[in-house]
Design a protein around this ligand. Structure first.
Ligand SMILES: [Zn+2]
Length: 110
C-alpha cells in the first residue's frame, strides 16, 4: 500500500471515530444494544488503525490471509476476512443455536 493510500485510510478511520463519538454524545435514545454496537465498532476501528501503523492492515488476524479489497472498501476497519468474521460471529452470538454453528463448521471443513 502506498503511503498516500495509508494516509487516506487513516483519515477515513479517524473521521469514523469522530463520527461515532459524536453520535455517542448526541444520541437521543439510550438503546443499550446500539451503544454496545458503537463501542464494538470503535474497538474495531482502533484495532484497524493499530494494524495500519504496524503494516499489518488488510491481513486477517485469524488466518493470516489477505482480506479482499472489496471487503476493505466496504468495511475499512475489517480485521478479519469474511470467512473468519462469520465464524467469529457464529461462535460469539448467543442467538445462534448449537446446530447452526455445527453445520457451518462442517461446511467449512469440506
Ligand atoms: Zn481469515
Amino acid at each position: 500500500m502506498t503511503s498516500q493510500a495509508v494516509h487516506k485510510l487513516r483519515d477515513c478511520l479517524v473521521s469514523k471515530i469522530h463520527q461515532l463519538n459524536w453520535v455517542e454524545e448526541n444520541a437521543q435514545t439510550r438503546d443499550e444494544r446500539a451503544v454496545e454496537a458503537r463501542r464494538q465498532r470503535l474497538r474495531e476501528i482502533t484495532a484497524a488503525l493499530d494494524l495500519l501503523d504496524h503494516g499489518r492492515y488488510g491481513i486477517c488476524e485469524d488466518c493470516g490471509e489477505e482480506i479482499k479489497p472489496g471487503r476493505l472498501k466496504a468495511v475499512p476497519w475489517a480485521t478479519r476476512c469474511v470467512a473468519c468474521q462469520t465464524e467469529q460471529e457464529v461462535r460469539t452470538s448467543p442467538f445462534v443455536p448449537e446446530e447452526a454453528s455445527r453445520v457451518f463448521h462442517d461446511h467449512r471443513s469440506v
